[in-house]
Ligand binder design. Sequence first.
Ligand code: ZN
Length: 134
Amino acid sequence: MKKIEHIGIAVKNIENSNDLFSKLFGKPHYKTEVVESEGVKTSFFKVGSNKIELLEATNKESPIARFIEKKGEGIHHIAFEVSDIESEVERLTNEGFIVLNDKPKKGADNKLVVFLHPKSTNGVLVELCQEIKK
Ligand code: ZN
């Protein structure tokens, strides 16, 4: 793994949270993106070299809706950048980690993503992401 790519925060209302986090960071979000296949609306902030992703559910079956129902708003996942997501999935599977989707899928921000099950990572939802080359 190369570095933390972003931290994902589950929120109930992304417009309200955009206001809140722009006050916190002293600057507005730089992009918004809906990933309909995941049932999420996202917005991204840059803080120095780090990124924060806000996630709002777009429907009741969305993983974000279920997360907020169970745990409330808050940190949802930590995303790590990898250069070769397929070999990273193979390495982690061999190490005994449980992968939620073994085929990388298209996530927000032009990335291929794979999630690891939190029960195999001490309760932390880990996202692996690899930039899609254009
Ligand atoms: Zn993410």
